[in-house]
Design a protein around this ligand. Structure first.
Ligand code: G
Ligand code: G
Ligand code: MN
Ligand code: NA
Length: 254
């Protein structure tokens, strides 16, 4: 009850922030977009990570107003970057299960794009396998609608869920994000190496883009690049950062 009340206070007082982490393209080494990651900037406790409150927000339904704020803010900031002359980046936003299954999910996204002025191809939605497991035909419908509008879909935390691979056959998606638990020891653990190699070649043959998460070192990057991974995200390139730090970062890295 206390955390629930504190969370309501955070919603009312707008204590949330988005931190943006760059995603890098292999062939060019250029930043192609960002993932928006929520943080709760608590007046006494400092930054609280999503692992500590997203689950509860999902249980109480508070995830709905939080998700609306996230989407609006991420789209708005992406438009702002473009207005500052940085060119076009794709903004990736995490979608929660309750948000995805609400009747007005797609109309809500369209309304946000319209209100913020962000072009649909500059928005990507990150969904986990677990979101897509239930009600598969309905999920396919929603994904098809989104993609027809030009929005792209990434499968997040790939390899950590409980679903079968058969849904990869049916789901209209654009990208697979290899969970960082497989990347951490990919160079020294032959089992991680086999899994990562398998995911990359499967993605390639399914004509899906593949992104490695949790790329922390030059050695990770060199190894994955040799394995023909398309995209990277991780501390080696940049940590998630507030919009003003991101603007400075982009000025220094163009
Ligand atoms: O930033 P951090 O590594 O702590 O994020 C952990 C996880 O929290 C992410 O992998 C993501 O699944 C989830 N998360 C981060 N931001 C958001 C958000 O805005 N909405 C939802 N639903 N989940 C988020
Ligand atoms: O959406 P997802 O659950 O994948 O969120 C990614 C999370 O991973 C973010 O919370 C981010 O802070 C974290 N992260 C990003 N890059 C790295 C990295 O290189 N190493 C580790 N350990 N965590 C990372
Ligand atoms: Mn994610
Ligand atoms: Na992930």
């Amino acid at each position: 009850v206390m955390l629930r009340n504190a969370l309501q206070h955070a919603i009312d007082q707008q204590q949330f922030e988005l931190h943006y982490q760059p995603q890098v393209h292999d062939a060019t080494g250029r930043i192609i977009g960002f993932e928006a990651l929520i943080r709760w900037h608590h007046p006494e406790r400092g930054y609280i990570l999503p692992a500590e409150f997203i689950g509860l927000a999902e249980d109480t339904g508070q995830i709905i107003p939080i998700s609306e704020w996230v989407l609006r803010t991420a789209c708005h900031d992406n438009v702002r970057l473009n207005a500052l002359g940085f060119g076009e980046y794709v903004m990736a936003v995490n979608v929660s299960p309750m948000q995805f299954h609400r009747a007005n999910f797609v109309p809500g996204i369209l309304e946000t794009l319209e209100k913020t002025g962000l072009a649909a191809p500059l928005l990507e939605l990150e969904l986990t396998e677990n979101i897509l497991m239930e009600s598969t035909t309905k999920a396919i419908d929603i994904l098809q609608t989104l993609r027809r509008l030009g929005i792209s879909i990434a499968l997040d935390d790939f390899g950590t869920g409980f679903s079968s691979l058969s849904y990869l056959k049916y789901l209209p998606i654009d990208k697979i994000k290899i969970d960082r638990s497989f990347i951490r020891e990919v160079i020294s653990d032959h089992r991680d190496a086999a899994i990562v190699q398998g995911i990359i070649s499967m993605a390639s043959q399914l004509q899906l883009k593949v992104l490695a998460e949790g790329v922390e070192t030059q050695a990770h990057y060199a190894y994955l690049s040799k394995k023909m991974c398309d995209l990277y995200q991780g501390f080696y390139f940049a940590r998630p950062m507030p919009i003003n730090d991101l603007i400075t970062f982009l000025h220094e890295n163009q």
